[in-house]
Design a protein around this ligand. Structure first.
Ligand code: LMR
Length: 441
């Protein structure tokens, strides 16, 4: 597996015996900063922030006089190089076992919101220590170091390890969660087919890496757009991981739909439940007002303006990302991070009785008559074990069926367009003309 070379920032950090401690610089970050520029990013090796379960409690800082290039077992970042006894912490704090969370696009805006939520315990719980494995690109490597520094400065008790790197085969090692955010945005003049191909290549590679090195039960949430088809590519390239473990993030769309319904009905948004987003995270997505409820009543009984529901509400949700880009000048980041948190929490906590949540999941075996073998957003329920079942108590009318057909056709077209990346022969791109990401209008 190809690793980048050792970085002087982390070079040869090692566990120093206690009588060496006086020789270390006082501020590990300062030393890190001062030494950083001497090797290019591409020559860096993955630095690790390690925790040790060794019982002898050696306290070692992030610094070392070991020359660059001398590989050590413990290249690490600042304070995280301290070796500590997690088992002892387990005893006093009744913590659960450490879980490994990989995040791609880790130097980006979404991650910058997400990582601190993960580290604080608000996602996996206050008794769940975590290891963060951050994947970036050569171009973003310095920013990734900055992210690691901020995590370090935040003194999160539950954050026990951090590693950063540019090789998915290294970063995804033993990952139990993979939050795949990194993707190239569609640039001026780029065809959607081109975007599907460029990002598809990334997700094919990451799927292969997950297949080779991640936990066999890794849960994967694909955020990078076009997320449904990226998730399909990813799962097709990871045949040894259950297809059911792959999700495309449509929780942001669910949250947007809940907000719009709550605004119209004049209620707080926690009163809106059973909100399904069907299909693609694109402007063909279907926010389902037929099955959604407000205060436990069908939305159509609370909001009787069906024209508004079919037109304004639907379009507002479909195009919310684009309107936001017009205002912000960039894609949603904080609300996307929040929706990733919501999506994970929906999988690790039992779904409230009668309710469900939306996620883009593998469609094979679905009870709704939706085409098989695509990643399609549907209503899910979880027992809180990381897994989900599709909700069965769902009703359809002609309008809903017709809308679902449209988003299904779009996803089938996207699938044909990436056949070369899913192992299904030659790609053939006949994408509907109006196919757009929420942010593309
Ligand atoms: C969003 O829904 O906010 C984003 O997916 C928009 C985009 O195209 O980046």
């Amino acid at each position: 597996m190809a690793l980048s070379e050792i970085s002087p920032s982390y070079a040869g950090s090692r566990v120093l015996p206690p009588n060496d401690l006086s020789s270390r610089p006082i501020n590990p970050l300062l030393a890190f900063k001062n030494r950083r520029p001497s090797l290019p990013c591409s020559a860096r090796r993955i630095p690790r922030i390690l925790c040790s379960v060794s019982p002898n409690q050696v306290q070692a800082p992030a610094l070392s006089a070991t020359p660059a290039g001398a590989a050590s077992k413990r290249e690490c970042f600042g304070v995280f190089c301290t070796t500590y006894d997690l088992k002892a912490a387990d005893k006093t704090k009744s913590w659960k076992g450490l879980i490994n969370i990989a995040v791609s696009g880790a130097a980006g805006m979404i991650s910058n919101h997400l990582l601190f939520k993960l580290a604080s315990g608000e996602v996996f719980g206050p008794d769940q220590p975590i290891a963060l494995k951050l994947l970036g690109s050569d171009r973003s490597f310095q920013a990734l170091e900055g992210v690691a520094m901020e995590l370090e400065d935040s003194l999160y008790p539950l954050l026990r390890e951090v590693s950063i790197g540019t090789d998915p085969y290294e970063v995804f090692q033993d990952a139990e969660w993979a939050l795949l955010i990194g993707a190239k945005p569609r640039g001026p003049g780029m065809e959607r087919a081109g975007l599907l191909d460029i990002n598809g290549q990334i997700y094919a590679k990451q799927g292969k890496a997950l297949n080779d090195v991640a936990s066999r039960n890794v849960k994967v949430i694909v955020v990078g757009n076009p997320c449904n088809t990226n998730a399909l590519i990813c799962l097709k390239n990871a045949p040894n991981i259950p297809a059911k473990n792959f999700h495309a993030l449509t929780r942001l769309d669910e949250n947007r739909a809940k907000c719009q319904l709550a605004l119209k009905a004049g209620v707080f948004y926690d009163k809106v439940s059973n909100m399904t987003i069907w299909g693609n995270h694109s402007t063909t997505q279907v926010p389902d007002f037929l099955n959604a409820k407000i205060n436990g009543m069908p939305v159509t009984e609370v909001i009787t303006d069906i024209k508004w529901l079919k037109e304004e509400f639907t379009e507002r949700v479909q195009k919310r990302g684009g309107v936001l880009i017009q205002k912000w000048g960039r894609s949603s980041a904080a609300s996307t991070a929040v929706s990733i948190v919501d999506g994970i929490r929906s999988l690790v906590t039992p779904t409230p009785e009668g309710d469900w949540f939306s996620s883009g999941v593998y469609s094979t075996g679905n009870p709704y008559g939706i085409a098989e073998d695509i990643v399609f957003s549907m209503p899910c329920r979880s027992k809180g074990d990381g897994d989900y079942e599709l909700a069965k108590d769902v009703i359809f009318d002609d309008y809903l069926r017709e809308r679902i057909k449209k988003t299904e056709a779009e996803l089938l077209a996207e699938k044909r367009c990436v056949a070369h990346l899913t192992g299904e022969g030659n790609a053939y791109c006949d994408l509907p003309e109006d196919t757009m990401l929420p942010g593309e209008q």
